[in-house]
Design a protein around this ligand. Structure first.
Ligand SMILES: Nc1ncnc2c1ncn2[C@@H]1O[C@H](COP(=O)(O)OP(=O)(O)OP(=O)(O)O)[C@@H](O)[C@H]1O
Ligand SMILES: [Mg+2]
Length: 633
């Protein structure tokens, strides 16, 4: 085993714990100077004599003394202090976030390699407050040289600069989980990875040097055998808290399985309970294609940066080759409006020309960006995922056409599972929010999805909705936002920012599924009304039958007649019940028939459309009289 010397084994990362800042190493004041003494010549204090209040212990700073304390902050140090920004603010959430970061990476990697994902998630409880997370995938594996950068360097990844849909985008996720582990337990991140059957597997343990934002390998070796031909296994030990229910790891895995029916996930929770979410569809989603930035989405500063780093020499080439949807004609028009020519040298463009170019771009009609950079889940797959995981009576789904915000293509999908088992019809619906197939479990109220769901008029679709709230009903409302760049409100990727274009599309998607489910709800209500009427009718049918039998009896009723009257009443009752059943059966049929006719895409679970509490077949008359066919009398 090769060892890199930077860190002694057995002496884990205690020195990397972030300690409260002290001023010892950088004195705030000149220690040689005494109170009231004249400032030393040249130390600058004389130029900025700050008044000092009597009795105050505050020593005024000078530009020079401040300069001594000013230094670069490494990105790892920043996030170690601000771990809440990355979703590690409390132990329960930290457990979920760590699993999420690892699983998202595994799914991205498998899909990029065209492999049907098989993921193992195991959480071992070391004690009530400490857990060891293992996430293993059958993805393409990671090249040995990349392992320390991926797991030990924040802001390092393959997705930040690409314009195509993926779960990860920032290059922080997995290294942040490792950093959190290091801060809370001092334990290194353990990785095993293999890139092909003919290659050895590679395993190592590393920790992060937060000052340098780089990894230090504690131990590493090649393995001749590993149980997978290709894939990656990540093990991290950290402080956490395991709880079931809302916003738990269990919930994250379940919701992931719904939106990713092409995945098999084996999940072993800290209590040792194993759940296998089996693959529901046998192919990966269509892989998204990478696109170049659309001119409308590029701000002035970015445009200037692009011009500084482009390989193109002339402006025409720059516009046509570094952007999507800019043809020769469009480039010509833009350049003309900006007072430039196709042959203007890119490097000759100054701030003034760049500003003119930026204005010209926005004043020119340019085709919307291509949308094959987005890969929707698709209605069939959403329904397959929902049906396998949420037991309901009716399912509807919709996939909308792509749209654009700030030059970024995006697309909305929505679904509703109605009349779900175990849900209270007096409670608000359960909202499943997704961004690029990843469930969003935190910050529901800060999310554009929730806002749009609250702003939608659900009453139009037969749902009650208290003012300013989600609608009421035993339903799961599923919303998926897919884009080349998800506008998250923070690095913890919990909530989507409120762009008007985005909110409008979410609402339209919800209205689509609302309309579809509205038909079902109305028809179900109709069936329920019929059933209630039938119940009332049945309740009084026997009394009515008895009265009718007596009214129709000719002459005085003696004791001897009672038996024949009872028999007659029984017969009348039988027919009354039969009529009632026929009437409501027609309503039941109507419900089911109309569904199929009106909306082929409303998926009603067999028997679910029938009126609740269907009436039992009426009992045969007591005297065994055969009912006549074709007559209800
Ligand atoms: N299991 C894996 N298999 C293959 N490559 C991986 C795996 N996990 C991570 N990577 C690579 O490591 C990079 C960094 O991962 P990391 O989670 O830190 O960032 P990201 O996924 O790019 O973005 P985000 O911060 O939004 O999660 C990824 O971009 C990917 O290229
Ligand atoms: Mg990631």
């Amino acid at each position: 085993m090769k060892k890199r010397p930077a860190q002694k084994k057995g002496k884990p990362m205690q020195q990397d714990r972030i300690e409260p800042a002290t001023t010892e190493s950088v004195p705030a004041t000149n220690p040689t100077r005494t109170r009231g003494a004249a400032p030393a010549p040249g130390d600058g204090a004389a130029e900025t004599p700050a008044p000092r209040r009597r009795g105050s212990s505050h020593v005024p700073q000078t530009a020079e003394s401040l300069a001594k304390r000013q230094r670069e902050i490494s990105v790892s140090e920043f996030f170690a202090k601000n771990r809440h920004l990355l979703g590690f603010d409390n132990p329960k959430r930290a457990l979920m976030t760590a699993v999420k970061e690892a699983v998202d990476n595994s799914l991205d990697a498998c899909e990029e390699a065209g492999t049907l994902p098989e993921i193992l998630v195991e959480i071992r409880m070391i004690n009530e407050e400490r857990f060891r997370m293992i996430v293993e995938d059958n993805g393409p594996g990671i090249v040995k040289a990349q392992v320390p950068k991926i797991f030990g360097k924040l802001l390092y990844g393959s997705k930040f600069h690409t314009m195509k849909q993926s779960r990860g985008q920032q290059g922080i996720g997995i290294s942040a989980a490792g950093l959190y582990a290091q801060i809370t337990t001092g334990q290194p991140v353990a990785i095993t990875t293999r890139t092909g059957a003919k290659k050895p597997a590679y395993t190592c343990e590393l920790h992060l040097d937060t000052t340098k934002n780089q990894a230090e390998i504690q131990s590493e070796k090649d393995l001749d055998t590993w149980h997978r031909d290709h894939g990656t296994r990540v093990e991290i030990e950290f402080e956490g808290k395991y709880e079931k229910g809302r916003r738990s790891v269990d919930e994250y895995i379940r919701e992931t399985a719904i939106a990713n029916p092409h995945v098999t996930i084996t999940y072993i929770n800290p209590l040792g309970e194993k759940t296998v979410y089996l693959r529901q569809v046998q192919s990966n989603p269509e892989p998204p294609k990478e696109i170049k930035p659309h001119p409308y989405g590029v701000e002035l500063g970015t445009l200037m940066k692009m011009m500084r780093s482009t390989e193109e020499k002339k402006m025409q080439g720059f516009l046509c080759n570094d952007f999507s949807r800019v043809s020769g004609g469009v480039a010509h028009e833009i350049l003309e409006k900006a007072g430039l020519t196709p042959n203007t040298w890119v490097q000759s463009i100054g701030t003034k020309e760049a500003e003119a170019l930026y204005k010209a771009i926005n004043a020119t009609k340019i085709m919307a960006p291509p949308t094959n950079c987005i890969s929707p889940i698709g209605e069939d797959r959403i329904l397959a995922g929902l049906k396998a995981t949420v037991r309901a009576k009716c399912y509807v789904a919709t996939t909308r056409r792509p749209s654009v915000y700030r030059g970024n293509p995006f697309l909305l999908e929505a679904a509703i599972a109605w009349d779900c088992e175990g849900m209270d019809s007096e409670d608000p619906v359960t909202l499943f929010r997704y961004a690029n197939r990843v469930p969003l479990l935190y910050q529901q109220s800060a999310c554009a999805i929730t806002q749009a769901a609250v702003d939608t008029s659900w009453k139009n679709y037969g749902l009650s909705q208290p003012r300013g709230s989600l609608p009421i009903g035993p339903a799961v409302v599923f919303i998926h936002f897919a884009s080349v760049w998800v506008p998250f409100t923070s690095e913890s990727k919990d909530a989507i920012a409120n762009y008007p274009e985005v909110e409008k599309e979410i609402k339209l998607a919800l209205q689509d599924v609302g309309r579809k489910i509205g038909t079902f709800i109305r028809q179900q209500e109709h069936a329920e009304r019929e059933a209630k009427r039938r119940q009332i009718f049945e309740k009084y049918a026997a009394i009515l039958a008895n009265s009718l039998a007596r009214i129709t009896h000719k002459g005085q009723i003696r004791k001897a007649h009672e038996k024949s009257i009872a028999s007659k009443a029984s017969k009348i009752n039988y027919w009354l019940q039969k009529i009632a059943k026929r009437e409501s059966a027609a309503a039941d049929k109507l419900v089911k028939g109309a569904m199929v006719e009106v909306h082929e895409d409303v998926h009603v679970v067999e028997g679910a459309a029938a009126a609740p509490e269907a009436a039992p077949a009426p009992a045969k008359p007591a005297d065994g009289t055969k009912a006549r066919k074709g007559s209800d009398k």
